[in-house]
Design a protein around this ligand. Structure first.
Ligand SMILES: Nc1nc2c(c(=O)[nH]1)N[C@@H](CNc1ccc(C(=O)N[C@@H](CCC(=O)N[C@@H](CCC(=O)N[C@@H](CCC(=O)O)C(=O)O)C(=O)O)C(=O)O)cc1)CN2
Ligand SMILES: [Zn+2]
Length: 748
C-alpha cells in the first residue's frame, strides 16, 4: 500500500502566486523575477507533500493560469493570430487566458468555463482547420526536471486527450474525431520524452469519463488509448474524479493502463463497479479523502468502503485534486473544538498517512481519536426552523400574478426605454477599497470612517452612471468582500476562515464560508446601503442580493444534513431580506444565482430528482411574496445553462442577465427555440478581460441578439460584475455600451 494525491493547491499558502502574477501584469517585476517566484512556490509545495510522507508526488499540477490551457499550449493548439504576434511565450500564454490589447496587437481572451461541478474555471481551446498539433512546449518536462533536481521523481500530470477534446470548441464542420489521431501522436511523444527523462509514471486526467458517454465517445476513447498505450515506456495512471465511470468501466479495465484512479466520494457507484471485478494486473488508486470539502475524514466509514472494494493492493489518494480546498488550517484562529473538525489540503495529506497506518494495523490511536471526534454532538438543532421548512406549501413557492401579467404591469410602471441599460452590480474593487476594509478589520480605521468612504464611493459612481445615461443604476457593492462571504457574515450558522483561499480562475480566489450550523438571518444585510443609494438619485437603483443556491454552492456545506435543507434555510433568510428591501423603497431587486448550475449533477438522469427539483423552488421561495410592481432580476455567470433553459424560465424571475459574449452568443438560438419568456440581458462584452470593447463591436453584438430575441425582451449590460476590472477600462467600456444601446434604439 502507498499514498499519493491527484494535485496540490498552487495559489500558495499566502496567495504568493496571485500577488506575483498581478505584479508581473502591472510590470512591477520582470519575467525572470516572476519565474523565480513560481519556481520557489513549486519547491515549497513539493517539499510540503514530501515531508508529509506521501509516496508519489505529482508535478505539472502547477499552472500559471489553467491546466487545460497548459495542455493546449504545450501542443500548439492555439489561434493563428497568437503564433505571429510579437510577444514572449509567457505573454502569449497570458494573452490567450486574459486577452491582450496593446502596441503589439489585439487578442481576445479564449472562453472560460466552469470546471465540472466546481468553482474553478478552465480555458476553452478551439480546434480549426488551421490547428497544427505539435509538441512545441516544454512545461511538463521542465517541471519534471525541476522536481528531479530536488531529489523527487515525480509523476507528471496532464489533462488527457479525451477530456481535452471533449472540453474544446470546434470550427464549423469539424469535430473531436478529426483531431484524435494527431493528438494521440503528440501525447505519445510526451510519454516517450518523459520516459527518456526518467519518469516512471504519468497521470492522465480524464474527468470527462464521469459524464454520460455515447457509444461514439467510448469508441473515441478506445481509439485514442489503444494507440497511446501501445509499447509505452512508462506506467500510465488513468485518473478520473467528480463522479463514477459506469459507462466505460468494462472497457477501462481491458485497456493497458497500469493504474486506474477512481473517486470513491462523489462516485459511490464506482464502489459497485470495482467490487470483485478489478484486474489483478493494475493498481487501484482509491480516492477516499475528499478533495473538495474541508471536513475531517470519517475513518470508520472510509475503512468500511475500502474493505468493501475487495482489492488488496491499493494506492490511497484524494477524490479529486486538492486545488479545490485551502492550503492549511494551521493559520486559522478557530476554537480547538471547531478546528478539530477541519482538514484543508495539508491536513488531508496527514489523513492519507493515518488511514494507511490504520490499514497496515499500525494506527489504532488514530482510529480511536477519529471515532471519538465523530461521536461528539457538534451543534444543536434549530427546531423552529425545521418546523417552518416542513410547513412550506406550494403557495410559498408561487409568485402571483403570473409572469405575462406582471411584465405588462411593470412596463407601465417603470417606463424604461427600449433596450434598457444596466450593469450587473459591482464596480471596481480597487486597492483603496480593499485596503480600507483590511484596515477596518485590523482596527486601524473606525466603522464611521469606513462607512463614509463607502458612502462616498457609492455617491461618486451613482453620479457617474447618471452622467453617462445608464437606465437602471447600481450602488457598486463596495462594502462587500465577496458576494457570498458578505452574506454569510450576516447569517447565523456560518464560520469564516482567515486565509482559506481557493483558486477560482487565474489569480482570482475565493474564501468560501463554512456552513457550521442551522442558518438564520441575524440582521438586515443590504438594506442600509441600498436605501442610501436610492436616496441619492431619482433614477432606479437595483437592490443586489445573492441567491440561496449560489450561497450554498459557494460555501463549504454541511455533511450532516441535505443540501436541499441547507438551501431552504438560506432561502428563508434571503426572503426576509427581499421583503425588507421592498419595504424600504427598492423597486428592482436582483437576486444573483451566478452558481445555479454548479452542483447540477454531471449525469442527466440525476438532474431533476437530485438537484433542480429543490434548487429551482429554493429561488422561487425567495421572491414569491413580493408585489407585482417589484421587478425581480437574476444573474447567472457563463451561459452554461443552454441545456436547462426551461428550468431557468421556471425560476420565474422578471429579467435575467448572463454571460454570452465570450461564448459567441451560442445560447441565443436555444432561447429562441425554447420560447424563453423571461426578459434577458445577454452580456454584450466580456468583463473577465481588461480589453475595452468598441461601440461598433457592442452594436454588432446587440444586433446579433436582436435577430434571436424580440426587442421588447432585451436588456443591454456587461456579462458580469466589474469588481475585478480597473476604473479606466470600466468607464470606457460602459460609455461605449450606453452609446451603442442609444444608437440601436434609434433604429426602432
Ligand atoms: N465566491 C465567488 N465565486 C465566484 C465569483 C465570485 O464573485 N465569488 N465570481 C465568478 C468568477 N470568480 C471570481 C472569484 C474571485 C474574484 C475576486 O475578485 N476575488 C478577489 C478576492 C475578493 C475578496 O474576498 N476580497 C477581500 C479580501 C481582499 C484582500 O485580499 N485583502 C488584502 C489586503 C488588501 C490589498 O492590499 O489588496 C489582504 O487581506 O491581504 C476583501 O475585499 O475584503 C481576489 O482574488 O483578489 C472574482 C471572480 C465565479 N465564482
Ligand atoms: Zn456573474
Amino acid at each position: 500500500m502507498t499514498t499519493t494525491i491527484i494535485g496540490f493547491p498552487r495559489i500558495g499558502e499566502h496567495r504568493e502566486l496571485k500577488f506575483a502574477t498581478e505584479k508581473y501584469f502591472r510590470k512591477e517585476i520582470t519575467e525572470d523575477e516572476f519565474k523565480q517566484i513560481t519556481k520557489d512556490i513549486r519547491k515549497k509545495h513539493w517539499k510540503e507533500v514530501e515531508d508529509a510522507g506521501i509516496d508519489i508526488i505529482p508535478s505539472n499540477d502547477f499552472s500559471l493560469y489553467d491546466n487545460t490551457l497548459d495542455a493546449a499550449f504545450l501542443l500548439n493548439i492555439v489561434p493563428k493570430e497568437i503564433e505571429t504576434i510579437d510577444l514572449s511565450n509567457l505573454d502569449k500564454y497570458f494573452a490567450l487566458a486574459r486577452g491582450y490589447q496593446g502596441e503589439k496587437g489585439d487578442i481576445k481572451a479564449l472562453p472560460m468555463k466552469k470546471w465540472f461541478n466546481t468553482n474553478y474555471h478552465y480555458i476553452v481551446s478551439k480546434f480549426t482547420k488551421d490547428t497544427n498539433i505539435k509538441l512545441t512546449g516544454t512545461k511538463i518536462f521542465d517541471e519534471f526536471a525541476e522536481a528531479k533536481e530536488l531529489g523527487i521523481t515525480s509523476r507528471p500530470v496532464i489533462v488527457g486527450p479525451f477530456t481535452l477534446l471533449k472540453l474544446s470548441d470546434y470550427a464549423e464542420g469539424l469535430s473531436a474525431k478529426d483531431f484524435a489521431k494527431d493528438l494521440t501522436a503528440a501525447y505519445k511523444e510526451i510519454f516517450t520524452r518523459l520516459a527518456s527523462f526518467g519518469a516512471e509514471w504519468i497521470q492522465v486526467d480524464e474527468p470527462s469519463l464521469v459524464k454520460d458517454l455515447s457509444p461514439e465517445d467510448i469508441n473515441l476513447f478506445k481509439e485514442i488509448y489503444s494507440e497511446l498505450l501501445a509499447d509505452k515506456k512508462l506506467k500510465v495512471l488513468l485518473q478520473t474524479y467528480f463522479g463514477d465511470v459506469r459507462d466505460i468501466y468494462s472497457q477501462l479495465i481491458d485497456l493497458d493502463f497500469d493504474g486506474i484512479g477512481l473517486d470513491l466520494v462523489e462516485g459511490p457507484k464506482n464502489i459497485e463497479l470495482i467490487k470483485d471485478n478489478f484486474p489483478a494486473d493494475k493498481k487501484l488508486f482509491a480516492g477516499i479523502v475528499n478533495g473538495k470539502y474541508i471536513w475531517k475524514n470519517n475513518y470508520q466509514n472510509s475503512l468500511a468502503t475500502l474493505e468493501d472494494l475487495g482489492v488488496e493492493d491499493l494506492v490511497l489518494t484524494t477524490s479529486s485534486s486538492l486545488l479545490h480546498v485551502p492550503y492549511t488550517s494551521e493559520n486559522e484562529k478557530f476554537e480547538p473544538e471547531v478546528l478539530e473538525h477541519f482538514a484543508f489540503a495539508k491536513e488531508k495529506l496527514k489523513e492519507l498517512k493515518e488511514l494507511e497506518a490504520i490499514l497496515k494495523g499500525e494506527g489504532q490511536e488514530y482510529l480511536d481519536q477519529n471515532k471519538s471526534l465523530f461521536a461528539k454532538e457538534r451543534i444543536s438543532k434549530n427546531q423552529e426552523l425545521a418546523t417552518k421548512i416542513d410547513g412550506l406549501t406550494e403557495a410559498d413557492f408561487t409568485r402571483l400574478p403570473a409572469f405575462a401579467e406582471r411584465e405588462a404591469i411593470q412596463k407601465e410602471v417603470f417606463k424604461l426605454p427600449l433596450l434598457p441599460t444596466t450593469t450587473i452590480g459591482s464596480f471596481p474593487q480597487t486597492k483603496e477599497v480593499k485596503q480600507i476594509r483590511a484596515k477596518l478589520k485590523k482596527g486601524e480605521v473606525s466603522q464611521e470612517e469606513y462607512d463614509t468612504f463607502i458612502g462616498d464611493q457609492i455617491k461618486d459612481w451613482l453620479n457617474w452612471q447618471e452622467e453617462i445615461g445608464l437606465d437602471v443604476l447600481v450602488h457598486g457593492e463596495f462594502e462587500r468582500n465577496d458576494m457570498v462571504e458578505y452574506f454569510g457574515q450576516n447569517l447565523s450558522g456560518y464560520l469564516f476562515s482567515q486565509n482559506g483561499w481557493v483558486q477560482s480562475y487565474g489569480t482570482r480566489g475565493v474564501k468560501p464560508p463554512i456552513i457550521w450550523g442551522d442558518v438564520v438571518r441575524e440582521r438586515p444585510i443590504t438594506v442600509k446601503w441600498s436605501a442610501y443609494a436610492q436616496e441619492q438619485t431619482d433614477k432606479i437603483v437595483k437592490g443586489m442580493l445573492t441567491g440561496p443556491v449560489t450561497i450554498l454552492n459557494w460555501s463549504f456545506p454541511r455533511e450532516d444534513i441535505s443540501l436541499r435543507e441547507s438551501t431552504l434555510q438560506i432561502a428563508l433568510a434571503i426572503q426576509e431580506e427581499v421583503l425588507d428591501l421592498e419595504k424600504n423603497g427598492i423597486r428592482i431587486i436582483q437576486i444573483d444565482e451566478a452558481a445555479l448550475r454548479e452542483k447540477l449533477p454531471l449525469r442527466k438522469s440525476d438532474w431533476f430528482k437530485e438537484y433542480l427539483d429543490w434548487a429551482i423552488p429554493a429561488f422561487r421561495l425567495v421572491h414569491s411574496k413580493v408585489d407585482e410592481k417589484t421587478q425581480i432580476h437574476t444573474h447567472m455567470c457563463y451561459s452554461e445553462f443552454t441545456d436547462i433553459i426551461p428550468a431557468i424560465d421556471q425560476l420565474d424571475a422578471d429579467v435575467i442577465s448572463f454571460e454570452a459574449s465570450r461564448s459567441n452568443l451560442d445560447i441565443l438560438d436555444e432561447l429562441k427555440a425554447k420560447n424563453f419568456q423571461t426578459e434577458v440581458g445577454p452580456g454584450v462584452y466580456d468583463i473577465h478581460s481588461p480589453r475595452i470593447p468598441s461601440v461598433e463591436e457592442i452594436t454588432k453584438t446587440i444586433h446579433t441578439i436582436l435577430t434571436k430575441v424580440p426587442v421588447e425582451k432585451v436588456w443591454v449590460n456587461p456579462d458580469c460584475g466589474l469588481k475585478t476590472r480597473g476604473i479606466p477600462e470600466t468607464r470606457a467600456s460602459l460609455v461605449n455600451l450606453t452609446q451603442a444601446a442609444k444608437d440601436v434604439r434609434k433604429e426602432y
